[in-house]
Design a protein around this ligand. Structure first.
Ligand code: SF4
Ligand code: SF4
Length: 419
């Protein structure tokens, strides 16, 4: 569905951590007046991203608040005055006049993070450890239900392409390729129209398959390059950026706009009127469902992200954050919950794993706390696509256990229990 604009919330709750890395430090105090787009939390370390007010008004609290996942995180709470007074950064008119460090600094100041779900600070991504020759824009959007990137490519392709050119300049890449699954012909047509004047840009029409949009799979599908185990895209000369992130880069450079709003897909069989919605960060998730007509009965589960990689939303009053691509309210039939049964050693999970892993063993070891054993079977190479759990006839919660195993391994390493 075309993108619609959700009215701003009366109260915006802006978490000081909406990204991978350290939380940022508040730079406003209770009682301060803030403008929309004004920085209110500053990046405290290199792997960190600043946060900005999404409404103008008064700061009424700086305190821990519950996020949608139930975790409490320090937040800046702003009472919206309804004036939408803007605080804009520098607006540039000519990308050619900007240096690579100008672009990285503007991206950092705007608090841009990977908006496809990862939430990795973009200015860090634009500082790759190795030379990069190609930037890939990930327009695959291969998970069921999610269509926000699809609509953005249809409606805002010129901005995405300008963002891509800026990212290429920031990392010194010569080529840019936009990978789009073949089931989005309208997006392919729009993007092709825009890139016609650039000889160094192209569109790769991709086979429709899951998980085509996973970073490593996308690189293999478009460039035929294989990211080594434990490696980064820069190890094979490329950087991957999401569609929405590229648009945010354009907005930061050309409009002086920080990252305080995003498009979210609101969908699932339990939603009356599924839509794509442009929403301010800090808006309660329940407002999105209300905007889409509410629920058709009680949903079985509400998920943040897609049904394969997303996680359960426990608190609908939690705020929208920068890397929230979708919220799905699923019916019992869609959720297809079932009990775990013993493994019957059918091998379907092994056959389906796009990373060539043994999910049955990774799941067992992780569930039993045998993290070293799981690590030896390349636990960290799991991209958490969820295919193993999806195909398992015994309905084993393999990806859930694997995620716990990764967290357990990291915790043990931090304590020095595992080398
Ligand atoms: S979630 Fe399962 S199928 Fe996907 S990469 Fe990990 S182990 Fe393989
Ligand atoms: S798909 Fe399920 S039952 Fe089959 S081997 Fe994997 S874990 Fe066992």
């Amino acid at each position: 569905m075309p993108i619609m604009v959700l009215p701003a919330p009366d109260i915006a709750v802006i978490p000081l951590q909406q990204h991978i890395g350290a939380p940022c430090e508040p730079i406003v105090a209770v009682g301060d007046r803030v403008k929309m787009g004004q920085m209110i939390g500053q990046a405290s370390q290199f792997i960190c991203a600043s946060v900005h007010a999404s409404v103008s008004g008064q700061v009424i609290a700086i305190e821990p608040r519950s996020l949608a996942n139930g975790n409490k995180v320090p937040c800046v709470v702003i009472k919206n005055d309804g004036r939408d007074e803007m605080a804009l950064g520098t607006k540039h008119t000519d990308l050619k006049k900007l240096s690579a460090s100008d672009i990285r600094q503007a991206v950092k100041d705007a608090g841009i993070v990977g908006m496809g779900g990862a939430g990795f600070p973009t200015h860090v991504k634009l500082t790759p450890p190795k030379p990069v020759d190609t930037i890939l824009i990930n327009g695959a959007e291969c998970e069921p239900y999610l269509t926000c990137d699809h609509r953005l490519m249809v409606e805002r392709a010129p901005e995405m392409v300008q963002g891509l050119l800026a990212i290429m300049k920031a990392v010194g890449a010569e080529k840019g390729i936009i990978g789009i699954e073949a089931n989005k012909p309208d997006a392919i047509a729009e993007v092709q129209k825009v890139i016609a004047e650039y000889s160094n840009l192209s569109v790769a029409s991709l086979q429709v398959r899951y998980p085509q949009g996973a970073e490593k799979q996308l690189i293999k599908a478009i460039l035929g390059r294989e990211v080594p185990s434990g490696g980064l895209p820069a190890d094979v000369g490329c950087v991957v950026s999401n569609v929405h992130t590229a648009i945010a880069v354009y907005e930061a450079l050309m409009k002086g706009k920080s990252s305080y709003e995003r498009v979210v897909t609101v969908s699932g069989g339990a939603v009356v009127d599924p839509r794509n919605v442009l929403v301010r960060v800090g808006t309660p998730i329940e407002d999105l469902f209300e905007f889409c007509g509410g629920f058709l009965g009680q949903p079985e589960v509400v998920i943040c992200g897609g049904p394969m990689t997303g996680w359960e939303i426990k608190d609908l009053s939690g705020p929208v954050v920068k890397n929230m691509s979708g919220v799905l309210a699923l019916t019992r039939e869609e959720a297809a919950f079932d009990e775990n049964h013993p493994c019957i050693r059918c091998g379907r999970c092994v056959d389906s794993c796009p990373m060539g892993l043994t999910p049955n063993l990774l799941g067992e070891y992780s569930d039993k706390g045998m993290y070293s054993e799981a690590e030896q079977l390349h636990l960290k190479d799991c991209i958490e696509c969820g295919l193993c759990s999806y195909v398992c006839p015994a309905k084993r919660a393999l990806v859930t256990w694997i995620k716990k195993g990764k967290a357990g391994l990291a915790a043990e390493k931090a304590k020095g229990k595992v080398s």
